[in-house]
Design a protein around this ligand. Structure first.
Ligand SMILES: Nc1ncnc2c1ncn2[C@@H]1O[C@H](COP(=O)(O)OP(=O)(O)OP(=O)(O)O)[C@@H](O)[C@H]1O
Ligand SMILES: [Mg+2]
Length: 246
């Protein structure tokens, strides 16, 4: 029988998951998974396509409750997906406020848009935004929720290389300024090592491997230790995924 235990966590954890199982058509995609995230910790989640990363993120976001086990997450959480999912009939600033409780004024949206460097597009229609701008609008929408936990599902996947680097830097800065916990799903091992305190590899429905990244920030990808950690993670992911992530 499904037990749905979504309630706020203690001060010691931003996320606490115990014995989490999620099945589709009798197949356990997530199978008695354990996961703890500290408040303010940046965690990256890697794993081959179809291993259950998005499923886990949706559960943490409270979007999927057909689960067994315990899931404790902060009340204030926000999620941003790979496709920014903006409402085309609302201007950017209204999209940022969409679904917020109460009747927040425009200045709330403006402040978040300023934080992501998108003030000049506040009155634009979503379809006129570039991919990078839409992604920043999506981040602003997450930030106005003042999350203690920010859930990001491959947020930079669709961006070109240069825009991607800028967006990664922006997320790193926002994280340091806001001090919220972040769980970032990505296929990009380099991105994971660049940003995270800890990198997890998901396989067979559980967290199969974890790597603590003790490199100083901002991180230098030319640092031999960076290459060493990246290499170890690629090995963990197997040759096929390594080729995909390269
Ligand atoms: N609503 C659903 N109904 C049936 N099966 C589902 C559903 N959602 C996910 N699955 C299955 O669960 C598995 C994990 O899917 P999930 O989207 O979590 O993978 P992922 O790790 O995020 O993959 P990717 O890296 O490709 O995004 C897949 O086999 C998928 O087909
Ligand atoms: Mg996914």
């Amino acid at each position: 029988m499904a037990t749905d235990v979504h309630r706020p966590v203690t001060a010691a954890h931003a996320v606490r998951v115990e014995g989490l199982t999620r099945s589709f058509d009798g197949r356990a995609v997530i199978d008695r998974l354990q996961l703890d995230v500290r408040p303010g910790e940046f965690v990256a989640l890697l794993g081959r396509s179809g291993c259950g990363k998005s499923t886990l993120l949706r559960i943490l976001a409270g979007l999927d409750r057909e689960i067994e086990g315990t899931v404790l997450v902060p009340r204030r959480k926000a999620v941003a997906f790979q496709a920014p999912r903006l409402m085309p009939w609302k201007k950017v600033w209204r999209n940022v406020l969409l679904g917020l409780p109460g009747k927040p004024g425009r200045q709330v949206a403006d402040k978040a848009l300023e934080e992501v460097g998108l003030s000049h597009r506040a009155d634009a229609w979503p379809k006129t935004l570039s991919g990078g701008e839409a992604q920043r609008a999506s981040l602003a929408r997450a930030l106005v929720r003042e999350p203690d936990l920010l859930l990001l599902d491959e947020p930079f996947g669709a961006l070109d290389a240069l825009t991607r680097i800028k967006a990664q830097r922006l997320v790193g800065e926002l994280w340091q300024r806001r001090g919220c916990a972040v769980l970032l799903v990505t296929h990009d091992v380099e991105e994971a090592v660049l940003l995270a305190d800890r990198v997890l590899v998901m396989d067979d429905g559980v967290i199969a491997h974890e790597e603590r990244i003790d490199l100083d920030r901002p991180r230098d990808i030319t640092d031999p230790r960076f290459a060493e950690i990246r290499g170890a993670l690629l090995e963990r992911l197997g040759v096929d995924t390594a080729a995909e992530a390269a």
